[in-house]
Ligand binder design. Structure first.
Ligand code: 2AM
Length: 181
């Protein structure tokens, strides 16, 4: 079984903004996700057999959409069923929403079940033990210098990743890249 997910690589300005927040968070003693792991999840697939991912490939490859502009929208404590985190939120533009819908459609069409939950685009900066800790960390991070609005930058590809959980943390490996043009 391959633990996998589909995500957007980050354009440089957003990556830099996320890394700057991580530097500040590290100064507060918060352990952050490794910078090479920063991404925006479009769909979490969970454990899948290799054949299911092979069946999904043509559907993802057939997605024909233009590059997606990404714009950050602030730092928030982020709480989902599975975990608590501090995240940089990303504006949900029509282009991003269209890509998310197309990816979810391709995944479901290939027979993989997806959890039904509202798409809240974000880049996880650090995972936290509790929502209380996440909330106070996000407040402290914002209290210093709030993230400056930056011009939207386009991202022109997304990828299918394998996520291996190791004692040293998650290791992500791209399995296939898909371009937006
Ligand atoms: P997160 O950034 O909010 O933590 C790989 O695990 C990626 O898939 C992470 O970015 C994680 O989101 C996302 N993800 C979504 N649902 C998940 C789940 N049920 N379990 C683990 N990761 C999940």
């Amino acid at each position: 079984m391959i633990r996998s997910f589909i995500a957007l690589a980050l354009p440089t300005p957003i990556r830099e903004q996320a890394k700057a927040l991580q530097t500040k968070a590290a100064g507060l003693g918060i352990r952050c996700v490794p910078p090479e792991n920063l991404h925006l999840t479009l769909a979490f697939l969970g454990d899948q057999p290799q054949t299911a991912l092979e069946d999904l490939h043509p559907g993802l490859d057939a997605i024909s959409l233009p590059p997606v502009p990404l714009q950050s929208a602030g730092v928030v404590p982020f709480s989902a069923k599975h975990q608590t985190a501090i995240a940089l939120t990303i504006k949900d533009t029509p282009e991003l929403s269209a890509l998310h819908k197309a990816v979810a459609r391709a995944v479901r069409h290939s027979g993989i079940r997806l959890e039904r939950r509202k798409f809240r685009p974000h880049v996880t900066i650090a995972r936290m033990a509790s929502s209380q800790m996440a909330s106070s960390a996000a407040q402290t991070l914002l209290a210093g210098t709030p993230p400056q609005p930056i011009a939207p930058e386009r991202t022109d590809s997304f990828a299918l990743y394998e996520s291996e959980l190791t004692p040293q943390g998650a290791r992500y490996t791209p399995l296939a890249d898909y371009s937006l043009r």
